[in-house]
Design a binder for this molecule. Structure first.
Ligand SMILES: CC(C)[C@H](C(=O)O)[C@@H](O)C(=O)O
Ligand code: SF4
Length: 457
């Protein structure tokens, strides 16, 4: 029988079955400071050990400060949370990537860049954007705090199998349009819960053409359409990206792994429960106008109306019939696990072209990891950004979630490369417009939302 990539990954990890659920073997577990305190507490209370510490990797990212790294952390709650993760890891023998070290970063950025994320594996994390890792052809999904504890103690999880949805992006992206626009367009078409219960496989010419960074951006936002898993079939690009990374297999083990990974892509005649086709050449740069990622529109369009959108549009202080293009902003954020990788920083930097952040705009660039930061600095991107008036920060989730001291004031309007524009996400009363890194950089310089395609000509 022909199988999809999801079915192959699922089948390879089933340990036992009962009713409509399967006990899956979990190969890898990523941990961060926000979702694990109760998991460790539960292990302690039940007198349990971590079954395979070698399959776990922990890092602090959500509440870490993005400036003055190295000294004491000013926010006592953040300091306590980070210290607790460090202590828990030491106690249970789990590797912790130090805040001051060269490998720290957002959990979904460090996994892939260190070769911890591999094709063919199951990977979980107490974080909804774990779907990111599916870009490698890994079965990766976010879990709750109690499930993190179960994984640590047993290396398994009971799961219900998802239905399969293939999203085929045909054609080629226009210049100035990126993976982020594909992701936002998909979420806009399907809706914020339109893919709930599905494992999404992204396919087609425009997905094959994406870099691994771009594929991660697309898979990252899968959860914004309600699906816990987003997948891309591993190919030569995937193997080239993984090859030689610090935690990736080497030598004979590498050869054997690649041979197995080559069998993962969906069979040619595999059946999906649902199919969606999107013409990538028709996608314009996308901008969200509301308080849910599916409240999104192409630049150049005018704002929709209707009762369903009224509350969101009131919060956002935008009005039906107006253009989104030209809307003034006072903050810009380039970063997050969606768009904090090197390619994102390069595409933002390419838009600067001698320009300067507009008066009255505060713009932050927060690399996704220390390795991304080092790479960007080696390329001189930090100088480009700072000379143009952007702040160059230390890695962390930062303004994606405002759990550290990067926070916007009420009424602020921010062009942001992150993935969620919920009410208050970047600070109480602050307004978030999601868009690509190139669009955010262009908005920062113009002081208003603009069409990056016009900046790039
Ligand atoms: C704090 C964490 C559990 C949360 C998530 O699950 O995604 C956060 O990363 C987010 O993006 O909202
Ligand atoms: S960068 Fe944002 S979306 Fe990603 S893990 Fe951090 S808070 Fe969640």
């Amino acid at each position: 029988m022909p199988w999809t990539l999801y079915e192959k990954l699922w089948d390879a990890h089933v340990v036992a079955e009962a009713g409509d659920k399967a006990l899956l073997y979990i190969d890898r577990h990523l941990l961060h400071e926000v979702s694990t305190p109760q998991s460790f507490q539960a292990l302690r209370e039940d007198g349990l050990q971590v079954r395979r510490p070698d399959t776990q990797l922990a890092v602090a990212d959500h509440s870490v400060p993005t400036h003055d790294r190295g000294g004491a952390i000013a926010d006592p709650q953040a300091a306590a949370q980070i210290a607790l993760l460090e202590r828990n890891c030491a106690h249970f023998g789990i590797e912790y990537l130090a805040l001051a070290g060269e490998d720290q970063g957002i959990v979904h950025v460090i996994g892939p860049e260190q070769g911890f994320t591999l094709p063919g594996i199951t990977l979980v994390c107490g974080d909804s954007h774990t779907s990111t890792h599916g870009a490698f052809g890994a079965l990766a999904f976010g879990v709750g705090a109690s499930e993190c504890g179960t994984v640590m103690a047993t290396q398994t999880l009971w799961q219900a199998k998802a239905r399969t949805l293939r999203v085929t992006f045909t054609g080629k992206l226009q210049p100035g349009v990126s993976a982020k626009d594909m992701a936002l367009a998909f979420v806009g078409i399907v809706g914020a819960s339109g893919a709930t219960g599905y494992a999404v496989e992204y396919a087609g010419e425009a997905v094959e053409a994406l870099s691994m960074e771009g594929r991660m951006t697309v898979c990252n936002m899968t959860i914004e359409a309600g699906a816990r898993t987003g997948l891309v079939a591993p190919d030569a690009k995937t193997f080239a990206y993984v090859h030689g990374r610090s935690r990736a297999p080497r030598g004979l083990a590498w050869e054997q792994a690649v041979a197995a990974w080559r069998a993962l892509p969906s069979d040619a005649d595999a059946k999906f429960d649902r199919e969606i086709v999107i013409d990538a050449s028709e996608i314009a740069p996308q901008v969200t106008f509301g308080t849910s990622p599916d409240q999104v529109m192409p630049i150049g369009g005018s704002l929709p109306g209707g009762d369903k959108l009224a509350k969101a549009m009131r919060y956002m202080d935008v009005h039906a019939g107006d253009l989104i293009e030209g809307l003034g902003i006072d903050h810009a954020f380039i970063g997050s696990c969606t768009n904090g990788r090197i390619e994102d920083l390069r595409s933002a930097a390419a838009v600067i072209r001698g320009g300067h952040v507009a008066p009255g705009v505060r713009a932050l660039v927060v690399p996704g990891s220390m390795r991304v930061k080092a790479q960007a600095e080696a390329e001189g991107l930090d100088t480009l950004f700072t000379q143009a008036g952007f702040e160059w920060r230390e890695p962390g989730c930062s303004l994606c979630v405002a759990m550290n001291d990067d926070r916007l004031p009420p009424g602020a309007r921010c062009a942001s490369t992150s993935n969620r524009n919920f009410e208050g996400r970047q600070g109480v009363g602050a307004r978030t417009h999601l868009m690509s890194p190139a669009m955010v950089a262009a908005a920062a310089i113009a002081g208003r939302i603009v069409d990056v395609r016009e900046v790039l000509v």
